[in-house]
Design a protein around this ligand. Structure first.
Ligand SMILES: *Cc1c(COP(=O)(O)O)cnc(C)c1O
Length: 386
């Protein structure tokens, strides 16, 4: 028997079901126009919502910091991997999020996995939105807590499920902005339930940070509820334009995470240049609201064009999904858009449910309104042709 045959069979099955994945190789910095396959694309699938991955000032600052502190950090955070620049970034994040303290992980994925598994254990219950990000799901699994999944953003369903288990300690965990749908958690009711039933509220602000709220500080600011969520997790890899994850909250929370979160303790800390890029990204967001405004203008212009063609989309954040359903059809439309110079990712199972494949259109502050409108008319055209 060939010991690899079952793996080959699984790959063949993915191909047969239009679920096989491969990577696109890009040849330039990620920006509103990005190079790949010997050509340029209008990039409408990047998470660099404020186009900070390719900011000249930030690149210069990161290079300077690299010259001073070197390329690698040389250790995990609790051994030799904490430099002055790491501490500076953590202070800045706490300040930006208006919290007592914060701590940085190597990725947002590792922040979710580490924080959730540190805060919950076998006797706890975790209430988790059915559309939460994979890294939350993995953190729940790793915690060994009982996981109860509630209907998407449905606070009545959540309360019913909590009531059936009342008296048990645990967490309520949700994306702030949902990564494949672009809608926003019902934070006022989620926090009220957490307080009523003595559960910790945990919000993953990966797609909210730098995008929603008057000054881009995320979900709490969007609802004017700063300081009300117990645990705010986020990433430095999306609007902030760098890499790494973070958690922020009270001193107690952060000291606990530093001592207990295994993905924090047992992994090398990020490079100084990444820290500097994050500092530069957050400062850019704090000092200049024009990027945020441009981002929302683009999203609104796109949604308006689609609405005129009777395609109703959610446009509260930088993520505007156009749900097609069928996997093969979605791939075909994404391919057509590429031929016409627009890079839009087709998102399929297991990232979203089977049969709810979609074009995940995301916007950047540096797109022009004309580009956003041109994409809308190409999509309307493609949908009518298919
Ligand atoms: C991208 C993402 C993460 C993971 O962050 P990385 O820094 O890319 O590892 C976590 N949660 C959500 C909701 C995300 O979209």
């Amino acid at each position: 028997m060939n010991k690899w045959s079952k793996y080959q069979d699984e790959l063949d099955a993915l191909k047969a079901n239009n679920l096989y994945r491969k990577m696109t190789v890009f040849d330039s910095a990620q920006s509103s126009v990005t190079a790949a396959n010997q050509r340029q694309y209008h990039m409408f699938s990047s998470n660099s919502y404020l186009d900070l991955c390719n900011d000249d000032k930030i690149k210069a600052y990161a290079s300077e910091v690299m010259k001073k502190y070197g390329t690698g950090s040389g250790g995990s955070r609790l051994t030799t991997g904490t430099s002055r620049i790491h501490v500076e970034l953590e202070r800045l994040i706490a300040n930006f999020k208006k919290r007592e303290a914060s701590v940085v992980f190597a990725t947002g994925y590792m922040a979710n996995v580490g924080v959730i598994s540190a805060l919950a254990s076998k006797d706890d219950i975790i209430y988790s939105d059915e559309l939460n990000h994979a890294s939350i799901i993995d953190g729940c699994r790793l915690s060994r807590a009982k996981v109860i999944v509630y209907k998407h953003n449905d606070m009545a369903d959540l309360e019913e499920k909590i009531r059936l288990n009342s008296g048990r300690s645990g967490l309520i965990v949700s994306d702030g902005v949902f990564s494949m749908d672009g809608d926003i958690v019902d934070l006022p009711n989620l926090v009220a339930l957490a307080d009523k039933y003595s559960l910790l509220s945990v919000i993953d602000d990966a797609h909210a940070t730098g995008v929603i709220g008057k000054t881009g500080r995320g979900t709490e600011e969007y609802y004017d509820m700063e300081g009300s969520v117990d645990v705010v997790i986020g990433t430095l890899s999306k609007a902030i334009g760098s890499e790494g994850g973070f958690v922020c909250g009270s001193q107690l929370l952060i000291q606990y995470i530093i001592n207990k979160a295994r993905s924090f303790i047992f992994s090398t800390s990020l490079s100084p240049a990444s820290m500097a890029a994050s500092i530069g990204g957050i400062r850019a967001i704090m000092n200049d609201l024009k990027r945020l405004q441009r981002l929302h203008q683009n999203t609104a212009a796109f949604a308006l064009c689609l609405r005129k063609a009777n395609i109703i989309v959610n446009s509260q954040s930088a993520i505007v999904p156009i749900v097609i359903g069928d996997e093969a059809r979605t791939l075909k439309i994404a391919e057509k858009l590429k031929e016409r110079g627009f890079y839009v990712s087709a998102i399929r199972y297991p990232t979203v449910a089977r049969g709810s494949a979609r074009l995940r259109v995301t916007f950047m502050s540096s797109h022009t309104t004309a580009e956003a409108e041109a994409l809308a008319s190409e999509i309307i055209q493609c949908l009518s042709e298919e």
